[in-house]
Design a protein around this ligand. Sequence first.
Ligand code: FES
Length: 107
Amino acid sequence: MKETSTTFVTVAKVGEIPDGGIKIVRVGDQELAIFHVAGEYHAIADVCTHDGGPLAEGILDGHVIECPRHGARFDVRTGAVLSPPAVAPVPKYEVKVMGDEIQVAWP
Ligand code: FES
């Protein structure tokens, strides 16, 4: 079977997102939330799996983002649900820093 290679797309410059900050970016037809926490970057879909709430407009506390719509909480490192009403994880995307560019894996 042929391996598919992953493409990385530049979504921001290092220094553009302050620590504890969030940037919303559009890659393809998907809005992603890029989080900067403790020197690392994380990317998840900017859509709550409960009812489509805009996660990047929620409150970020450490690695936890709280949906502004009904308060579900997710781990920005994995997309995992930490508290209801959401039950399904949010898609997570690999992030790497190349030089001064923050890049997200885009299949
Ligand atoms: S839409 Fe996010 S908790 Fe309901």
